[in-house]
Design a protein around this ligand. Structure first.
Ligand code: NDP
Length: 262
């Protein structure tokens, strides 16, 4: 799917789905602005792009979307003069129910997953209106399904779903599309970070087994499967008449996920 010459800004590009998207979009001819906080991981994504045969270096912006939105947009525009696609992918979660979620964690989750995304999008909109570009938000099935151990994260993703649909309506008549990909469980660093289990541990493997069982296809997803959905929605040839869509990849089979943390 060609993105030849398109300027694509990806947050959370230093890991997981965002990193896979960075490599894919680079291979399809996009010129990239990649946002992440961890310099080593961000550099390894840039190296992967190089190793895949792409000669154009991405712009790597080491930044935190909770505080650096203005710099992210200004560095992108300074370098490329334009923005065609914004992929709001950076997010994280902390386990907790109504009884156990610390308010500091709630605030941090909303600051990144909702407020940071809101502000970055707001600053990107004038450039997207100028280019008739589009936005793809990376949400989660947790925005649509209940998940008892991830209250604040689920709430943040429900907010992102509504954000997607409201902004889609705000911008549709001026030629800017806004869509959302909502992954099920995907094999990335996310669960190690969120749940605090080492990827090689027995506990981690047991939880992944439980996760596999909540999906109709009885497996967890791969980053490339999410990237294909992001690219489909971001591309004018495949999705020109699609806006406000929440595309699940793939939806949980159950409305309420009862996963035990061992
Ligand atoms: P990873 O943990 O592998 O990657 C998360 C990325 O977000 C990292 O690049 C991280 O940067 C970045 N990030 C987090 N907070 C900030 C911040 N404040 N400022 C800048 N960057 C930040 O997770 P995934 O790839 O799995 O997650 C990508 C998206 O997919 C998220 O929106 C997540 O909610 C969603 N998702 C993931 C699922 C899964 O099962 N993996 C399921 C459903 C949705 P750094 O490494 O530099 O800290």
């Amino acid at each position: 799917m060609s993105f030849e010459g398109k300027i694509v800004l990806i947050t959370g590009a230093s890991s997981g789905i965002g990193a896979a998207a960075a490599v894919y979009f680079a291979q399809q001819g996009a010129l990239l602005a990649l946002v992440g906080r961890n310099a080593e991981r961000a550099e390894s994504v840039a190296a992967k792009i190089r190793d895949s045969g792409v000669e154009v270096e991405p712009l790597v912006i080491l930044a935190d979307i909770t505080v650096d939105s203005e710099r992210i947009i200004s560095e992108t525009i300074e370098k490329y003069g334009r923005l065609d696609v914004l992929i709001n992918n950076a997010a994280f979660g902390v386990p907790g129910s109504i009884e156990t979620t610390r308010i500091e964690d709630y605030d941090a989750i909303f600051s990144t997953n909702v407020r940071g995304t809101f502000l970055l999008t707001q600053l990107a909109v004038p450039h997207l209106l100028a280019s008739k570009g589009n936005i793809v938000n990376v949400s989660s099935v947790c925005g649509m399904r209940t998940f008892p151990i991830l209250l604040a994260y689920c709430m943040s993703k429900a907010a992102l779903d509504q954000f997607t649909q409201c902004v889609a309506v705000d911008l549709a008549d001026r030629g800017v599309r806004v869509n959302c990909v909502s992954p099920g469980v995907v094999d990335t660093n996310f669960h190690e970070i969120t749940l605090g289990f080492n990827k090689d541990s027995v506990e981690y493997a047991a939880i992944m087994d439980q996760y596999a069982n909540i999906h109709p296809m009885k497996r967890i997803g791969q980053t490339d499967e999410c990237v294909n959905a992001i690219a489909f929605l971001a591309n004018e040839n495949t999705a020109a008449f699609i806006t406000g869509t929440l595309l699940t990849v793939e939806l949980s089979i159950v409305e309420r996920m009862f996963i035990s943390l061992i």
